[in-house]
Design a protein around this ligand. Structure first.
Ligand SMILES: [Zn+2]
Length: 242
């Protein structure tokens, strides 16, 4: 099933921007290709959303660079994007908040285009609604959305990273259940899919943190065993020398 994993993660490198490689997942090309055949307006809207997501992810990427972290690249999917790189917990708030700030800066820009854009006013107005929807949705405190990451980074200032992740995970469970219920009640099944995806991602992160924490505990136990063994050996040597 290796080919299935390769297919699931296949992204095309479309170039670099400020030294950061940009990858586009194959599902984005498939969606855009289908829409180009079906509806020109939806195709153009997808290109606009692509630009918004790209700018949002570059907000994260620039913040990573500013914090001295290594940026591996930006990946764009049909439903969002990811800026891959090092996110040390002490810089998680700065790196995370940079993405939604880009959406916020786009608000007056898209507003002026929707007012003074002439024949394209309607297009920019729709793009503005999409931008605002992405901004609000992304700030829901569900890990790994930016809202969930912000919540964890704020909690990590008062608790350990494990405890902060654990609280953020519980909040994610509540929010994703509510989102799924809203999706079923309003017959928006995409919301149910997003809720399931978010819950799965948060669950994976929680399991990773649990593994990390178990490894740390095991490491401390092994260190203390080694220390006790060393002390026993030294005591034995002292007794033998008497
Ligand atoms: Zn983001």
């Amino acid at each position: 099933m290796n080919w299935l994993n390769n297919l699931a993660s296949f992204s095309l490198n479309i170039g670099r921007w400020f030294g950061v490689p940009i990858y586009v997942h194959w599902t984005w090309f498939a969606l855009v290709g289908v829409m180009a055949c079906v509806s020109l307006s939806t195709f153009l809207m997808l290109l606009g959303i692509f630009a918004i997501i790209l700018l949002h992810e570059f907000g994260h990427a620039f913040a990573m660079k500013r914090c001295g972290s290594l940026v591996q690249g930006v990946v764009i999917y049909p439903m969002g994007g990811v800026a891959r790189g090092e996110i040390p917990s002490e810089n998680e708030f700065t790196i995370t908040v940079a993405g939604p700030l880009v959406n916020l800066f786009l608000v007056p820009f898209l507003y002026s285009l929707s007012v003074y854009g002439g024949a394209s006013s309607g297009y920019f107005n729709d793009l503005q609604i999409t931008n605002l929807s992405l901004l609000v949705f992304n700030l829901i405190p569900m890990y790994p959305l930016d809202g969930g990451r912000l919540l964890r980074s704020i909690l990590a200032k008062h608790f350990t990273l494990y405890k902060a992740t654990s609280i953020a995970f519980k909040v994610t469970c509540v929010c994703s259940c509510l989102l799924a219920v809203i999706g079923v009640m309003t017959m928006h099944l995409l919301l149910v899919v997003i809720a399931a995806f978010v819950y799965y991602s948060a669950d994976q992160e929680m399991k990773y943190m649990e593994r990390l924490s178990t490894d740390n505990v095991m490491g401390v136990i092994q260190d203390s065993h080694r220390l006790v063994h060393d002390i026993e050996e030294r005591l034995q040597r002292i007794q033998e020398n008497r």
